[in-house]
Design a protein around this ligand. Structure first.
Ligand SMILES: CC(C)(COP(=O)(O)OP(=O)(O)OC[C@H]1O[C@@H](n2cnc3c(N)ncnc32)[C@H](O)[C@@H]1OP(=O)(O)O)[C@@H](O)C(=O)NCCC(=O)NCCS
Length: 198
């Protein structure tokens, strides 16, 4: 049913705010998610890295195309600095019915690029999500030439599943690009961090 998200209960554990050393990762409502991700809508590089189909969106179009985070299967976390309370980006998790959590992240405040935010934020969210019995596996797909993301997936201990060649057409250049798939089982993640199942 199209409006099913209105009636499904939120996952009280998964919507909790997650705290890392430098950040609060705050679960967003739809409106908060629109506000937090709006800078992406006019940033061709970010849209490209996240594999959107267009190079820019109007505010209205952006709001209309952003799926509603329901606190159960779709989560947007605002990345908020503890020191200063500034929102510097957002992280998205889509949890499917098989327990796979597909993830994406973008930092809108580019002064934070190159400062290990990906590793800290992704690690904090995986600590939290891996302790839910609803989460079995983490997964990500990135453009093969997104070097810092590929590096981060490997650094976090994700397993490289494989390439698919010429599978995504860039809306910027029309070029067909390769993508890479990564996965990490929740149980392996917990073991690597010394965490117990929830
Ligand atoms: C992806 C993104 C979140 C990166 O986050 P970040 O926290 O700035 O990542 P960092 O640059 O700190 O970490 C990247 C790592 O890759 C390394 N790296 C970057 N470019 C590299 C290169 N050409 N060769 C080798 N290593 C490289 C860096 O040295 C760093 O390693 P370190 O932590 O050991 O120093 C940010 O660039 C972004 O928002 N990009 C747009 C959206 C996007 O690409 N999202 C990812 C798709 S899910």
């Amino acid at each position: 049913m199209a409006l099913g998200f209105l009636s499904r209960p939120k996952d009280c554990y998964l919507v909790e705010t997650v705290r890392t050393e430098r950040f609060k990762l705050v679960n967003c409502s739809w409106l908060q998610a629109v506000r937090t991700t709006l800078p992406w809508a006019n940033d061709p590089d970010t849209l490209h890295a996240l594999m959107y189909e267009s190079t820019s969106y109007s505010r209205l179009h952006w709001a209309a195309q952003l799926d509603v985070p329901d606190g159960r299967n779709l989560f947007f976390h605002a990345i908020v600095t503890k020191d200063g309370n500034e929102t510097i980006g957002a992280h998205r998790i889509r949890l499917n019915r098989s327990g796979t959590a597909n993830m994406g992240i973008a930092l809108t405040d580019k002064t934070w690029w190159g400062k290990g935010v990906f590793e800290e934020v992704r690690g904090g969210l995986m600590d939290h999500f891996s302790q839910s019995p609803r989460v079995v596996r983490f997964a990500g797909r990135v453009l093969a030439r997104n070097v810092s993301s590929v590096y981060n997936y490997k650094k976090l201990g994700f397993r490289f599943i494989g390439h698919d060649c010429k599978s995504w057409r860039s809306p910027l250049t029309g070029e067909l690009m390769d993508t890479m798939y990564f996965e990490c089982l929740a149980e392996d993640w917990r073991a690597s961090r010394g965490l117990e199942p929830g």
